[in-house]
Design a protein around this ligand. Structure first.
Ligand code: SAM
Ligand code: SF4
Length: 333
């Protein structure tokens, strides 16, 4: 489907990828993501499923070809599967890919429905396969459900990519095992540097692990061959020759990848952010709930293209304020 008015930002980047947060709520409390006593948004501030659907359609009209549903935990939102089915109907008709990022706790229940709605790939976050460490890190005892979710997703025909945040002194020594496990089970995997987003209990800098160092350690055990990046995303990929698996490195701190950024993010309250690390935003909820939603949404999307920043400026150091007060669970990972 051709698009009359594609989204192109002030730096001539064509925006084709939307990360849409469907809730800020979550059934885990990963310590690098949010504090134990997280304050969630009042439900009335969150967009309805109909509004999220309308937004999705408006973005597809403007040339968005890939939508990733995220959160918070997208699968804890009641009836979210209806939204997945509704957006899935646009697959092959403007939309090329519909996918989601999940912590996996409820994936076993939804894997079949997701596949039936046209989802073919999901990202599942998994930082450890040690039950005790999982409980410490996520403050909940849910590893068994997550592993069952991954297995069910595979059985349902979904391609699973594992997302792992690399944490110094926490899961650092387990990373080679996770890489091997993912590769031998047919899952791609991406390692992520921890980003300074929102206040958490404790200092993130204590656990910041630069991925170039992780790669050096992995190379003592595996043969990593660079492969071209054709996803347009921030990850740089290698092939792990011993397992045949694909491994990505997302390095927001050690290496800036903004020049090729093709994405925008919308929170569950309809705030569009041009960048995970920036404060620039446009209020889509106001446009959606106005007297002339179509015209106002179109204007808001044009404005979003004007304000999308050139790059983020993440720094992680002792005592520093977070780069943004928003938690990752708010903007959507
Ligand atoms: N709840 C879902 C999940 O965990 O997959 C989706 C939302 S979560 C915010 C998306 C991704 O962001 C997860 O892979 C999580 O590990 C990652 N994440 C959360 N906080 C982060 C931070 N401060 N730095 C880097 N990654 C973070
Ligand atoms: Fe929840 Fe995902 Fe944040 Fe963990 S990373 S607390 S699963 S939103």
């Amino acid at each position: 489907m051709s698009c009359d008015k594609p989204l192109v930002d002030a730096f001539q980047r064509r925006i084709s990828y939307l990360r849409l947060s469907v809730t800020d709520r979550c059934d885990l409390r990963c310590s690098y993501c949010m504090p134990e006593r997280m304050t969630f948004l009042p439900k009335k501030e969150v967009l309805s499923l109909e509004e999220l659907h309308k937004l999705g359609l408006a973005f597809i009209e403007r040339g968005i070809t890939k939508i990733r549903l995220t959160g918070g935990e997208p699968l804890v939102r009641r009836d979210v599967i209806e939204l997945v089915h509704a957006l899935g109907r646009k697959l092959g008709n403007g939309l090329e890919e519909l996918t989601l990022t999940t912590n996996g706790t409820r994936l076993a229940e939804f894997a079949g429905d997701l596949h039936a709605a046209g989802v073919r790939r999901v990202n599942v976050s998994l930082d450890t396969m040690d039950g005790e460490l999982f409980q410490t890190l996520s403050r909940r005892d849910r590893l068994v459900e997550v592993l069952r979710g991954i297995a069910e997703a595979k059985r349902a025909g979904l391609h699973v990519k594992i997302n792992t945040v690399a944490l110094k002194g926490i899961n650092e020594s387990e990373i080679p095992f996770l890489v091997e496990w993912a590769g031998t089970h047919g899952h791609d995997m991406t390692l992520i540097e921890v980003m300074p987003l929102g206040e958490v209990d404790g200092e993130r800098v204590d656990h910041y692990l630069p991925l170039p160092a992780v790669r050096d350690t992995l190379e003592e055990r595996f043969t990593l061959t660079d492969i071209g990046d054709n996803t347009g995303g921030p990850a740089r990929y290698v092939r792990v020759e011993e397992t045949g698996g694909r491994l990505g490195f997302i390095t927001p701190l050690t290496n800036n990848f903004c020049a090729t950024c093709n994405r925008i993010r919308v929170t569950a309250t309809g705030q569009l952010y041009g960048c995970l690390g920036g404060a620039e935003k446009v209020d889509l909820r106001g446009a959606l709930r106005s007297e002339a939603p179509d015209a106002n949404l179109a204007t808001a999307l044009d404005e979003a293209m004007r304000i999308k920043p050139e790059k983020h400026h993440f720094r992680i150091e002792e005592g520093a304020e977070p780069a943004q007060p928003r938690h990752m669970s708010m903007t959507g990972g």
